[in-house]
Design a binder for this molecule. Sequence first.
Ligand code: BGC
Length: 380
Amino acid sequence: MTQCLPNILSLVAAAAILFAGCSPSTPESPRRSRAPFGTLGGKEVFLYTLRNKSGMEARITNYGGIVVSLLVPDKSNKPGDVVLGYDSLSSYLKATSYFGAIVGRYGNRIGKGRFTLEGKEYALNVNDGHNTLHGGLKGFDKVVWEADESIPATQPSLSLSYLSRDGEEGFPGSLKATVAYTLTDSNELRIDYTASTDKPTVLNLTHHSYFNLAGAGSGDILSHELMLNADRFTPIDSGIITTGELKPVEGTPMDFRTPTAIGARIGVKDDQLRFGRGYDHNWVLNRTGEGLSLAARVWEKTSGRVMEVWTTEPGVQFYTGNFLDGTAIGKGGKAYAYRTGLCLETQHFPDSPNKPTFPTTVLRPGEKFTSTTVYKFSVQ
Ligand code: BGC
């Protein structure tokens, strides 16, 4: 500190010294802000904006934990919105496609909406033919989450919690789930999930953004190049329920071990592609130990944007927006047509509660569930 004593003979020099770092503290700019987004059932819904120091911006609402927009620089450093979504809460309330949402209590399908746990059979609300998809009629994507406002706004993070009561949608146990979104200065959107329960239950939390690296609403995703770090996938039946097998991708249109355009084989004659109406399958990730492991890499040539997906989960659902049909009118009035977004939903395998050979999705009292997924952006 001694060298910081101002020289009264030279105000200019003193100012220069202060500028050079001797001032006690420079206020940090806020990296999270909040604006009203509407109300639901008497609860306020907000739109939070997170900004990092490297040109990324995420807008996230506490309704469904939805990522409403994600601005990512392209190869000319121009930011573009790479996720599908809507401009207003009312559009999300009517939506059926899970754009950008946190999905739970059980992401993906549970066959016939039933499972047995510790000798007791549970019947869930079914919402996908005879099956339960993404948590049932009112999953975690359709509830208002509570934001932790105690986290300083100088951090580009948003932590959301939801208490799912015992019996909700048919699931046993009161489950407390927390999802923290963070934008890092290395242009990552990091998602940390934690959960605990007061009775044995099943759990599979995921994130459901539809990405289009050329920009939301700019066309289909068929020319995006994809690499999936997986030697095997979980085949499905005609009802999109996993059969229980882990099948090698070798020699099938499911082999994305070397980067391949998504559209290159999507139209070939293949039962799995027919059942999924395109890609709508879970890949068994080649994991290396615990911790974050590379699941997928996507590259879009015109923008130069690259997205890598890193996860602690054992699987990833790759879905090519086969149910989008142009009726969803998204941000800026753009219609989202067939296959204009791709999802990479990190997860445990679909229908695990009925597939004893799959990694377990059971969570018991006293255990802490943790899971992390990182979507990392760069250009090439
Ligand atoms: C599922 C699709 C489903 C879509 C709903 C995906 O996670 O795999 O089958 O149609 O979510 O948006």
